[in-house]
Design a protein around this ligand. Structure first.
Ligand SMILES: [Zn+2]
Ligand SMILES: [Zn+2]
Length: 311
């Protein structure tokens, strides 16, 4: 007689499954993916041809051309190269573009090279994917979406020795050229004439559409140097810990406790212009019901209709 080993927490019994995607309407577009601390985070925005992090790479992510990596933790980064190689395997010619914090770019290249060598790719055939090192505060127009620009900002997340790991949040801006104020009264033929004379009649406008905080200490939300995040139409921020008594654990692990989100909502109050605030990256120990109940209980009444959980 033999017995079959059954792990204590089998996939069927676990509370969360990283390949079962959550879908949430965020303004005019959908966010599909998954985000539970330690398991995986990937947030796909198909209408914007954009994905934040690649902790898993489902088939639905393969067609997305732009990927932003917030930081190097495996639950956010480990399928970045799977994305690249699956595209090639499926014959997608267009090179995808990986936007990576500048400090991590060299390490990412080494990692990608090492992975290819491990798989037995001949050195002569090895080719790096397109990596754009992101510098804080510089707007970068997306490679295949000239109507969108990405700008990063630094966030404090986990400590590595005495320094914080390189981690970034980012805002995706809608980028357009608008007619300058002084030409608004002009007729179409006058505009055409001005254009022919080479007059610069338009100005660039960047509207903050969606901001992703990435993994971060809740203190980033209260940092006045980052107050522009509250101007974004949609804010996506992590909320790893929910329960009373977990505040210190959140601090030590470099994550946000819901109490810090409540503090930030109270601090900025009517200065918050976000139409939607989406909470992600909950600890894997909480059930969906517990997450929803705790949010309902803690978020101030005036923000309840704007705050939702990505679960
Ligand atoms: Zn994480
Ligand atoms: Zn992390």
């Amino acid at each position: 007689m033999f017995s079959i080993f059954v792990p204590e927490m089998s996939e069927n019994k676990s509370l969360h499954n990283a390949l079962r995607q959550v879908r949430l309407q965020a303004g005019k577009f959908q966010i599909c993916g998954f985000s539970i601390s330690g398991l995986a985070t990937y947030l796909q925005l198909p209408e914007l041809d954009f994905c934040v992090d690649m902790g898993e790479c489902p088939v639905s992510a393969i067609g997305l051309n732009h990927v932003f990596l917030t930081h190097a933790h495996g639950d956010h980064s480990r399928c970045l190269m799977r994305h690249h190689s699956l595209r090639r395997m499926m014959g997608i010619e267009r090179p995808s573009v990986y936007y990576i914090p500048a400090e991590l770019a060299k390490g990412a290249e080494n990692w990608i090279h090492a992975e290819a060598m491990f798989e037995g790719v001949p050195e002569a055939r090895f080719q790096l994917p397109t990596i754009v090192p992101m510098e804080v505060g510089k707007k970068v127009i997306l490679e295949y979406r000239k109507d969108l620009a990405l700008e990063t900002f630094p966030v404090k997340h986990a400590l590595s020795g005495k320094r914080y790991l390189p981690s970034m949040g980012a805002t995706l801006f809608t980028h357009k050229n608008k007619l300058k104020e002084e030409y608004l009264h002009c007729t179409t033929s006058e505009i055409i004439a001005l254009r022919k004379q080479g007059v610069q009649i338009t100005r660039e406008v960047f509207d903050p559409t969606i901001t992703f905080m990435g993994d971060n200490l809740g203190d980033n939300l209260l940092d006045s140097s980052l107050s522009s995040i509250w101007n974004s139409e949609i804010l996506v921020t992590e909320c790893t810990f929910l329960d009373d008594g977990e505040q210190d654990m959140a601090e030590n692990k470099g994550h946000t406790h819901i109490g810090k989100i409540v503090d930030a909502l109270k601090k900025y109050g009517t200065d918050i212009h976000c139409k939607q605030i989406i909470l992600t990256h909950f600890s894997m120990k909480y059930s969906v019901d517990h997450i929803l109940e705790t949010i309902q209980k803690n978020i101030p009444d005036e923000f309840k209709d704007r705050v939702s959980a990505f679960v």
